[in-house]
Design a binder for this molecule. Structure first.
Ligand SMILES: [Zn+2]
Ligand SMILES: [Zn+2]
Length: 342
C-alpha cells in the first residue's frame, strides 16, 4: 500500500509498504481522510518521541476493511473513526481508566504506524461509528475536537462564564467551538493572524484580539473587567502563558493546552499563588472520539471552516509545508482517498 514514511527526522518520502498480518484485537481501516496535525511536524523534525521509520497520522476516518476477531465482525464495512491508544488493558492505570498512563502505552501515529497511508491498523475496541451524512474530512477531526472536549472537562466549566482562548489554530478553534456549544459568554480568541481570527469569528467568537495591533490588556480590562473565568492557552508560547495567568479572574481556571517544545519558561508564580488560580495541564486526552462525533452529528459544532485543503498522499510535502507556514486562513490540510469527502 502507499504511505508516507518519516525514515528519520527531517527525511520524509512516499513509500510502498507490505501490509503485515492483522494483530489480535485490531481492525484494519481503509483510510478515507487523514489530517495533518502540528504535532506531526514535531515527529518530522524529531522533537517528539517516535519509532522511526514511522508513518505519522493520528487524525483519521475511514471504512473497516477487516477485523482480527470474530467478536468484531459486525464492524466490517462500517464508516468509522476511533482511538489511537494502545495499552495493556490489565495494569492498574488501565483498570482505573487512565490507560494513557499505562507503562506499555503506545499511540498510533507516534509509536505505531499512523494514517498517512491507504490502511491503518487500530484497536477494534476503540472504534466509533459515523453517521451516514458526516463527511470523512470532518470525522477525521474528531481527534482535535476530542482534545478540546478533554481540555474543557479538565476545567469542569459552568454555563454562562467568560472565556478566552489563546491561539486560533485547530486546537484553539476546537476549544472555541466547544465553548460556544457549552454556552460560554463573551468568548475571546487571541491570535497574531487576522485571517485566522476571521475564522474564529465565523465559528462564533464574540471578540477577537490581535495583540500586535491592539493592547491586549487594555481590551480585556474592558471586556472582562473582573478577569476571565476560563482561559485556554493553546499556543505553548511563553508570552501567551504569562498573559493568560495575568488575565485570569481571581480563583479562575487556566488550561495549558499548547506544546512548549521542552522549553523552560519564566512566569510570575504570584500570578498563580496570590490569585488562587487553578492551572491544569491539558496535553493528554482520551475517550473523547465518541463525544466529538456526537457533537458533529447533532450540529453542535461545524468543522467546515477547519478543512482548508484536501490533498493526495503524493502531495505530502505541500501539506507539511502549509501546516508549517499556515498561510492566510489555513487551518488544516487533509489527505483524502478516492471519492473526496465521501
Ligand atoms: Zn493532532
Ligand atoms: Zn496497562
Amino acid at each position: 500500500m502507499r504511505c508516507v514514511v518519516v525514515e528519520e527526522p527531517k527525511k520524509v518520502r512516499l513509500a510502498e509498504r507490505e501490509l503485515s498480518p492483522l494483530a489480535p484485537g485490531f481492525a484494519r481501516i481503509r483510510v478515507k481522510a487523514a489530517a495533518i496535525c502540528a504535532t506531526d511536524l514535531e515527529v518530522v523534525d524529531g522533537n517528539i518521541a517516535a519509532n522511526y521509520p514511522l508513518t505519522p497520522g493520528h487524525e483519521w476516518a475511514g471504512i473497516v476493511a477487516e477485523v482480527a476477531d470474530e467478536a468484531y465482525a459486525d464492524w466490517v464495512g462500517k464508516r468509522v473513526t476511533g482511538s489511537n491508544d494502545v495499552s495493556c488493558g490489565v495494569c492498574e492505570a488501565c483498570r482505573s481508566g487512565n490507560w494513557r498512563y499505562c507503562p506499555q502505552f503506545e499511540e498510533i501515529g507516534f509509536k505505531r504506524h499512523g494514517a498517512y497511508a491507504e490502511y491503518i491498523d487500530v484497536p477494534a475496541y476503540g472504534l466509533v461509528e459515523l453517521p451516514a451524512d458526516l463527511p470523512f474530512t470532518h470525522a477525521a477531526l474528531a481527534e482535535p475536537l476530542g482534545v478540546a472536549l478533554g481540555t474543557w472537562e479538565k476545567l469542569a466549566p459552568q454555563y454562562g462564564k467568560t472565556c478566552t482562548v489563546f491561539g486560533a489554530g485547530s486546537i484553539g478553534l476546537c476549544c472555541l467551538a466547544v465553548a460556544k456549544a457549552m454556552g460560554m459568554r463573551r468568548i475571546v480568541v487571541v491570535d497574531l493572524n487576522p485571517e485566522r481570527l476571521e475564522v474564529a469569528r465565523e465559528l462564533g467568537a464574540h471578540l477577537t484580539v490581535d495583540p500586535a495591533r491592539e493592547d491586549l490588556f487594555a481590551v480585556m480590562k474592558k471586556y472582562h473587567p473582573e478577569g476571565t473565568d476560563y482561559i485556554i492557552e493553546a499556543t505553548g508560547a511563553e508570552s501567551c502563558i504569562s498573559a493568560a495567568l495575568k488575565l485570569c479572574r481571581k480563583g479562575g481556571y487556566v488550561a495549558l493546552a499548547g506544546y512548549g517544545r521542552g522549553k523552560t519558561m519564566s512566569i510570575r508564580m504570584d500570578d498563580i499563588h496570590i490569585n488562587n488560580l487553578h492551572v491544569v495541564g491539558a496535553g493528554n486526552n482520551w475517550n473523547q472520539h465518541q463525544k466529538a462525533i456526537r457533537m458533529m452529528a447533532e450540529g453542535a459544532v461545524d468543522m467546515t471552516p477547519l478543512v482548508s485543503e484536501t490533498l493526495d498522499l503524493s502531495e505530502f510535502q505541500k501539506g507539511l509545508d502549509d501546516a508549517r507556514a499556515r498561510p492566510g486562513r489555513f487551518i488544516k490540510a487533509l489527505f483524502t482517498f478516492d471519492e473526496v469527502g465521501q
